[in-house]
Design a protein. Structure first.
Length: 538
């Protein structure tokens, strides 16, 4: 067995606990269960069929299959064959999706009938695809009992296993190269740091994390939801399966836990089986943490890991530490605390630079508590983007055979070694009187009653931008003139906001489709420019 290939983690689990339940999911209106031994047989069958169709080491395979038995079986089989699995979030929009397909250059397309129809309708974007494989109950793929392949390709730790695309929140999505070693490092983090293993039952809202849990011997319950639209999750269904199958652990977007916690609060529900809740993918507020805490048993843990597609997880902080120590400081404009680096990770703060940095130098480092650019190093930090040398030069800093990854965020380290994030580097507002960072300014603004959320944007070009603070209201019918007056009075008293002269109300912020939380500040800046000039409000 190839010890480096992430696809063989299931084989080891199937040998050590063959009769334990490994997967639970809804098939045709009924929940069905598969043991680890049965999952291993299904993966072997997929391996045999895919190999027979010519898929081998290095074949680029775009996988567009719903979370569940087929996704898990195909993913493990493709990893074992040494193929490169291409995973693209379908919720990113057509333009970004087509850009990702062109960049990844898939040779094989595996998808559901709906995905195959999509491919046919937009065939001009799939010119590199030489073979299409449809997945449905009648296709027969992976359904026949097959002997295991006599030999799967030898795989090294640095061999490419997958291309996973970023969300594209501040630019075009980029294909991140995941090697087998990167997946193994993430698996080790989840096991060693979060303690996930064979005694756990996971309900993952991110499909990729189903693979991790199965690779660690935990049972997986596939929730009934569209993973590309977590903000639209049906909380009653999500809660029902947690209770029905005694789920102990769940990793999902804050958008999910926002809906689930509100539902529990409104209906007086508790989730006594849950021992660990992880939230990532978007900012987490103290109000949300308090609601989630209220629905869990006292001994349960809430974690909010920080990272990116290129480096996940990087740091971690518990909900308890946020609520008792850092959230009050966040509301005062200190930034968002995302905790300490996980064991083996290194986080540093360097002077902000918008261009490439050709070599590491310790002179780049900033002192503690000074805001700069966040850079990271670690076993789960990816080395490159796929077919994208310009972005590689921007994102990676060579360091004597190693490298640092630039997260694209700005922040600082405190005296306790905790990282505080102050926003995206691309979202900072550079004025003639200094630089403003969005998260600290917005957090202060959000404490004013009546404000749902706020966004700091810059009008004009650096280094002479005009800062504009835009707010979205909780109640559209409230007295807007009075609220703007209160906001201006508060800003005048706050050193961080005192140089802001322009305040606007927006009916509904443009946000990402996936989480409905990440604010598209670039769009708001264009909107604000039509309402504010360099001398005053229009």
């Amino acid at each position: 067995m190839d010890s480096h290939n992430i696809g063989h983690t299931l084989t080891r689990i199937a040998h050590s606990q063959p009769e334990r339940i490994g997967l639970i999911c809804n098939k045709h209106g009924q929940y069905k269960q598969w043991t680890f031994s049965e999952l291993e047989s299904i993966v072997q069958s997929f391996c045999h069929d895919l190999h027979r169709r010519g898929i081998s080491k290095g074949t680029r395979v775009m996988l567009m299959v719903q979370p569940g038995l087929e996704f898990i079986g195909l993913a493990f089989a493709l990893f074992r064959l040494g193929a490169v699995v291409i995973l693209i979030d379908p919720g990113m929009g057509f333009r970004n999706l087509f850009g990702c397909i062109g960049s990844a250059r898939p040779e094989v397309f595996i998808g559901t009938p709906k995905a195959i129809l999509f491919k046919r309708l937009f065939a001009s974007h799939f010119t590199t695809v030489k073979q299409t494989i449809i997945i449905h109950p009648w296709s027969g793929l992976g359904r026949r009992a097959s002997a295991a392949l006599r030999q799967t390709p030898a795989t090294g730790p640095d061999d490419l296993a997958a291309i996973i695309f970023t969300t594209g929140s501040t630019g075009p999505p980029k294909g991140v190269c995941y090697t087998h070693a990167i997946f193994q490092a993430q698996l080790d983090f989840i096991h060693d740091y979060y303690g996930i293993g064979p005694t756990d039952i996971d309900q993952p809202a991110f499909p990729l994390f189903a693979l991790f849990s199965i690779g660690l011997g935990a049972a997986v319950v596939i929730p009934e939801m569209n993973p590309a639209r977590p903000a639209k999750v049906n909380p009653a269904k999500f809660i029902r399966t947690i209770k029905q199958f005694n789920v102990t652990y769940s990793f999902g977007s804050p958008a999910i836990w926002n809906r689930v916690s509100r539902y529990c609060l409104d209906h007086g529900l508790m989730l006594p089986s849950l021992r660990k809740v992880l939230m990532a993918g978007a900012p987490v507020t103290g109000d949300l943490l308090a609601r989630v805490k209220a629905m869990l048993p006292e001994e349960a843990e809430i974690h909010t890991p920080y990272g990116a597609t290129e480096s996940l997880p990087t740091t971690d902080i518990t909900g308890h530490e946020i609520l008792t120590r850092t959230w009050p400081l966040t509301r005062q404009g200190k930034g968002t605390c995302v905790g300490r680096p996980l064991p083996g990770n290194r986080v540093r703060i360097i002077a902000i630079d918008d261009g490439p940095i050709t070599a590491w130098d310790d002179h780049l480092l900033l002192p503690t508590r000074e805001i700069g650019e966040i850079v990271v190093q670690g076993l789960a930090v990816t080395k490159a983007y796929d077919h994208n040398e310009p972005e590689n030069r921007l994102a990676k800093i060579p360091d004597q055979g190693a490298f640092w990854h630039r997260m694209g965020d700005v922040g600082y380290l405190d005296l306790d070694g905790r990282l505080w994030v102050c926003g995206r580097k691309a979202h900072r507002v550079i004025t003639s009187q200094g630089t403003l960072f969005p998260l600290p300014c917005e957090a202060i603004c959000n404490t004013l009653p009546g404000i749902l959320r706020s966004a700091l944007v810059g009008v004009g070009t650096p280094p002479d931008q005009t800062p504009v603070l835009i707010v979205e209201l909780l109640d559209k019918g409230q007295n807007q003139a009075r609220l703007l007056g209160d906001l201006k009075e508060m800003a005048a008293r706050q050193p961080l906001l005192s140089n802001i002269r322009h305040f606007l109300i927006h009916d509904e912020f443009p946000t990402d489709i996936r989480h409905n939380v990440k604010i598209f500040r670039e769009k708001l800046a264009v909107w604000a420019a039509t309402r504010v000039d360099r001398k005053g409000e229009k």
